[in-house]
Design a protein around this ligand. Sequence first.
Ligand code: UD1
Ligand code: UDP
Length: 347
Amino acid sequence: MKIVSIIGARPQFIKAAVVSKALEKYDDVEEILVHTGQHYDENMSKVFFDELEIRKPDYNLEVGSGSHAFQTGMMMIKIEEVLIKEKPDWVLVYGDTNSTIAGSLAAAKLHIKIAHVEAGLRSFNMLMPEEVNRILTDRISTVLFAPTKNAINLLAREGIKDNVVFSGDVMFDSILHYQNLASEKKNLADIIDLEKYYLGTIHRAENTDDKARLTSIFEAFSQLDLPIVIPLHPRTKKLIAEINYSDNVKIIDPVGYLEMILLLKNSTKVLTDSGGLQKEAYFLKKPCVTLRDETEWIETLEGNWNFIVGADKNLILEKIKVSDFGEQSDAFGSGKAGEAIARFLVQ
Ligand code: UD1
Ligand code: UDP
């Protein structure tokens, strides 16, 4: 059996590392790895291949940055060429990025079966490019791997009930696998010289492309009771030159996955608009405030582990103080999502 996996953005390298390792256990599976080139800086791409021991992609399409239509269109053209040449049984796509929708659309038109990892997530905000990408990908996928029961229910509400498989969340597998390795292989002192700090990330278009929101968020960061360490996405880095913030805000370059886990493990709390980091904070029992107006990961909201605060300065400063937390659920599976996905595909 031949599987073409399409990846391109930072969180997809992490998710694909889990599934690829599970697929490697099957002798009769050939996986062709296609990197669209959506992320290309060394600290947004290569560092993940090195640290997570992901093999070199068979194809790097080097599409790079651009407008949505340009980026997605270029990816589709180049992915189509690969699919025509490789003739896979399956195309495997992850999450909700432009690489995901490009891979899905190219495959659907060639009548190649599509497997969508992290299917069924919804924010109900159609202004988000990710929401458009995942709704369309789910609609044309042959098999939908849902990370949570809530995702299954959301798909059912859209009439998608067949070929939906509860797999659990591959990012939970990933953190279980790499969390000890992070402490063994990396030193916090090599990354920052702080003992107590909050960890922050910010890169979502709804925050970066709205100066009032970005200003309000950085005002809140400036007034936190502890320093906040922010490995800053290049998208945001280009915009913060025009934003005022205090010395409380410690901006560093994006870090590799192992460094990120170490930063998270040693942090007091997390402030983020990242989907992946909200969950990782939950997995490692770090309280989180989410700098968005909605979350797809509603399970993390139970027990005060995560609060939706948008870009509201006062709400950010209020919710970061919450100190009573409830039980956590096992909503994200048992850490064997990668194996479940591989097993289903090869059956
Ligand atoms: C993309 C995904 C988003 C995901 C994020 C993960 C889409 C629509 N969005 O957003 O869902 O949360 O990846 O990080 O697919 N840039 C660089 N170097 C890089 C990559 C990007 O400088 O290696 C800069 C470029 O100026 C680029 C901008 O960041 O225009 C945005 O990159 P892009 O891949 O378009 O979207 P992300 O914001 O990374
Ligand atoms: N991450 C990382 N280095 C960083 C910032 C994030 O390794 O400097 C990891 C983070 O721990 C998580 C993933 O990247 O595993 C999330 O990616 P991102 O926030 O870019 O995308 P999202 O999950 O919002 O789509």
